[in-house]
Design a protein around this ligand. Structure first.
Ligand SMILES: *Cc1c(COP(=O)(O)O)cnc(C)c1O
Length: 368
């Protein structure tokens, strides 16, 4: 096996990040490890054992395939789906004890039918649109929304074991407001049902909520990003994925040469260029054209010309030691020099979670 480009997954860093995150959870609150999107590109089957090791009792997923992997790994705890499922998904996940979200009467009736035939025995989570994510949760600030909510409560009754929301912003002022609104809506639900507060898991908040200074009233935090070192390096969280490739050729080109498709770049002087074994096929996105670098042998080499499908070209005129076959650090600290999260986010114009989920799928994964 000789992959042209590869993600190195640092398992021990995931474990360390998890340990740090668990340390931030206030006493008496729960923690849900979010392993959706194939554990943010890290490979869910490799990450499940790490969260099991530290006694995590709840895992969040979105797809049935992910649920299957988690159960295959022997995880017996709560498995929560983090978005509304399709009817097909609900049916397909019955064997894996997935706790579904409900925000419509049709979903409530469907789950009721499975409960009545002993095919669904888990908690159902009523999902509220408390603070304006407006994605799939129920809006209960309106009359029709309240009617729907009463009907759902009538259909599912005590099978509702959770009430949840997802905050669209963790900016302190917004978080405080969202959290208060959610608590009001939870109170309204409790007043309009036979549910009692102590029997219901009320949960909201993600990684950014956990690290914010706002004390959000939640029974459980659902955290993904923080496990993968996507936030708060100043608190010791380290990013858990590196992306590497290799130098495949070194060539000298004279001043004035055009470089890459459409002749979009030209050399201002004689230059030595390295061709590197990664391209947009591997998630080295074309948008990075003209504003990115890679690191080779502890030095930064600017990428020149448009990004090809399987290749990029970097200017290594000033890196005397570089040789064909050398490792290139596209992200992380593969060889000492660092392409930091901030640099990657700037050059690819997106967030690290987007890059990780993409890179993990498009490159061979090596586990440390
Ligand atoms: C993805 C997701 C989370 C985790 O978010 P992070 O910012 O990665 O911690 C929590 N809750 C829901 C509903 C999600 O979809």
């Amino acid at each position: 096996m000789c992959p042209a480009s590869w993600c190195t997954i640092h398992r021990e860093r995931i474990s360390k990040n998890l340990e740090l995150a668990l340390g931030l959870v206030p006493a008496g609150r729960w923690f849900c490890a979010v392993l959706k999107a194939d554990a943010y590109g890290h490979g869910i089957s490799q990450v499940v054992p790490l969260v099991q090791e530290q006694g995590v009792t709840c895992i969040g997923i979105t797809s049935n395939a992910e649920a299957r992997v988690v159960r295959d790994a022997g995880f017996g705890g709560a498995l929560i789906r983090l978005r509304t499922a399709t009817p097909q998904e609900i049916d397909g996940a019955l064997g894996d004890q997935v706790e579904e979200q409900v925000a419509s009467i049709s979903t409530a009736r469907l789950i009721r039918a499975y409960i009545d035939t002993n095919r669904y025995g888990d908690r159902v989570h009523l999902s509220l649109n408390a603070s304006g994510m407006s994605r799939d949760a129920l809006e209960v600030s309106t009359g029709p929304g309240q009617d729907t909510c009463r009907q759902i409560l009538g259909v599912l009754g005590k099978n509702i074991g959770g009430i949840c929301t997802h905050f669209p912003s963790n900016e302190p002022h917004e978080l405080t407001q969202s959290s208060e609104l959610f608590q009001q809506q939870v109170s309204w639900v409790l007043e309009n049902s036979d549910l009692s507060r102590k029997d219901v898991l009320v949960h909201a908040g993600s990684s950014l909520t956990l690290v914010s200074d706002v004390d959000v009233d939640t029974d459980m935090y659902r955290c993904g990003a923080i496990l993968y070192g996507i936030l708060k390096p100043e608190h010791g969280f380290r990013s858990t994925m590196d992306l590497g490739a290799r130098v495949v050729s070194l060539q000298e080109y004279p001043k004035g040469s055009s470089v890459g498709y459409d002749r979009a770049s030209h050399l201002d002087q004689d230059r030595r260029l390295a061709c590197i074994s990664i391209g947009y096929e591997n998630g080295f996105r074309r948008i990075a054209h003209g504003k990115c670098a890679v690191s080779i042998g502890n030095a930064l080499a600017p990428v020149v010309g448009k990004i090809s499908m399987n290749a990029i070209v970097a200017d290594v005129t000033n890196i005397a030691s570089v040789q064909v076959g050398d490792k290139v650090n596209v992200f992380g600290d593969v060889n000492g020099a660092r392409i930091s999260p901030q640099m990657a986010e700037a050059q690819f114009q997106t967030i690290l979670a987007d890059l990780f989920t993409d890179w993990g799928l498009r490159n061979h994964r090596v586990y440390r």
